[in-house]
Design a protein around this ligand. Structure first.
Ligand code: AHR
Length: 488
């Protein structure tokens, strides 16, 4: 059977926030140290300690926002340990992730330098689990105030005169789990208390983000919205794709069969349900849709690569991950009216990373290339896409989303079948396809880039389509993601 995707230029949706294409970087394994930051003294080319190759790669996919310092690490992080002269910074053991020494050489100033080099907005997730209200309030002051206070003078002494004006502010992370094992009532009250003292300085208005549920824990969502919904701008949702659904035996990132491939994709499609169920609850307390949803952790989670530290969550990345990214990003786009941000876990060397490094070498994963194929959606207007296609192992074989910006329509679509190509017809009502170009990422489901074969999976021009009376007829290879650009 062939598939059909229908869009109508007269039926435009919300603007797709570019922040849906955000990333997450935690003090975990080799994400920060070795991945993003190598220090000024490193032989690896860097600017002020930030790896030049990685920064350039992230600039290319136009990373809009970066979340830091965790994750679970955030609720054990004390920001004052990471400022001032590096030699006197406090050393701690990273008890969450691998029990390694954290020397705090990457702290607040370094994170903001990294964001400035990438050209993205910082999203700071502060500590509720083991922090204090004062500590959080003073971090905001240190970052954003121009006043003549002792806290601000400390910033000046550390070499930064102007406030940074950080906007995205997370109050705790997974406080139902690693962030303090709190009950929803307790966290919601704590959110209100902490949030009260996170002040707006100058013209900078904080965008206040409350810790929402894991997956579809609707009791958490309901209680949070009831007690704290009026005090926050957005709530978070975390949903990871585990091929087996079993945390004790997640499965390998590279050694998997067809059954596991399809099960991984089926579990990824659950994101749609997770978002819908949570939005239904949010709607009860926020019918005006003032409160946004932020999926600030998503991606695949496999067993770590053999021989690596189990606490470092280092995994390879194949075309299966590219499919997972395509499904999730299309789902986020389709909810552009409510999903205001999403952050892939995690940027470099951790979980579904877009980049892997080994010493001075760097490779781009298939997931990286999906972010490249989708970048035209940033801040474009959603064109809701109706997809008619076959069912495959309990989910739709084709995933798609479309947007329009300055008369240019972008369609991103994936054929999720592991072995069979699919004919897809794109019908555009209310517009003509004057000039069409396309790019593709495709390969066998196990295909991946390695340090030995760095360009095995790459974007190529796609020409297997024809513009006909009926629309754009494409022949999508098995396991492929395309970006189609249409000048209407
Ligand atoms: O991304 C890894 C971990 O997953 C994060 O630290 C935590 O928030 C989540 O459980």
């Amino acid at each position: 059977m062939s598939a059909k995707i229908k869009v109508n230029l007269a039926n435009q949706g919300a603007v797709i926030s570019k922040n849906i294409y955000g990333h997450f970087s935690e003090h975990l394994g080799r994400c920060i140290y070795g991945g993003l930051f190598v220090g000024e003294e490193s032989a690896i080319p860097n600017v002020n300690g930030m790896r030049t190759d990685v920064v350039e790669a992230l600039k290319n996919i136009r990373v809009p926002v970066l979340r830091w310092p965790g994750g679970c690490f955030a609720d054990e992080y004390h920001w004052e340990d990471g400022i001032g002269p590096k030699e006197t910074r406090k050393r701690m053991v990273n008890t969450n992730w691998g029990g390694v020494v954290e020397d705090n050489s990457f702290g607040t100033h370094e994170f903001l330098e990294l964001c400035q080099q990438i050209g993205c907005e910082p999203y700071i997730n502060a500590n509720v689990g083991s922090g204090t209200v004062r500590e959080m309030a003073e971090w905001v002051e240190y970052l954003n105030s121009a006043g003549d206070s002792t806290v601000v003078k400390k910033r000046w002494a550390n070499g930064r005169k102007d406030p940074w004006g950080v906007k995205f502010w997370g109050v705790g992370n997974e406080n139902w789990g690693c962030g303090g094992n709190m009950r929803p009532e307790y966290y919601a009250d704590e959110f209100r208390r902490y949030n009260t003292y996170c002040r707006n300085y100058g013209g900078n208005k904080l965008y206040r983000i409350a810790c929402g549920p894991g997956e579809a824990d609707l009791n958490w969502t309901e209680t949070l919205m009831k007690i704290a919904g009026n005090h926050c701008d957005a709530i978070t949702v975390h949903y990871y794709t585990l091929p087996t659904g079993d945390w004790s035996a997640k499965g390998s990132a590279t050694e998997f069969d067809r059954e596991s491939y399809y099960e991984t994709l089926r579990r990824t499609w659950r994101m749609e349900e997770v978002i819908r169920l949570n939005l239904e609850v949010m709607d009860k307390y926020d019918p005006q849709h003032r409160v946004g949803m932020i999926v600030d952790e998503w991606g695949t989670w496999y067993d770590v690569e053999p021989g690596t530290n189990p606490g470092f969550l280092y995994q390879q990345n194949t075309m299966r991950d590219a499919m997972v990214a395509a499904i999730n990003l299309n789902i986020f786009n389709s909810h552009a009216d409510r999903v205001v941000m999403a952050n892939l876990a995690q940027t470099v060397n951790v979980l579904q990373a877009v980049i892997l490094t080994d010493g001075d070498q760097m490779i781009k994963t298939p997931t990286y290339h999906v972010f490249d194929l989708y970048k035209a959606h940033h801040d474009a207007t959603l064109l809701p896409a109706e997809v008619e296609c076959a069912e495959l192992n309990g989910f739709r074989q084709v995933t798609a989303s479309a947007s329009v910006k300055e008369n240019v329509i972008t369609l991103t679509a994936a054929n999720l079948h592991a072995d069979q190509p699919e004919k897809v017809l794109l019908e555009i009502a209310g517009g003509e396809a004057n000039k069409v170009t396309a790019r593709i990422l495709t390969g066998y489901m196990h295909a991946r880039n390695t340090f030995e074969d760095q360009h095995a999976v790459e974007i190529a021009a796609f020409t297997d389509f024809a513009v006909t009376e009926a629309g754009i007829e494409m022949n999508l290879p098995a396991c492929s993601v395309v970006e189609v650009t249409i000048h209407a």
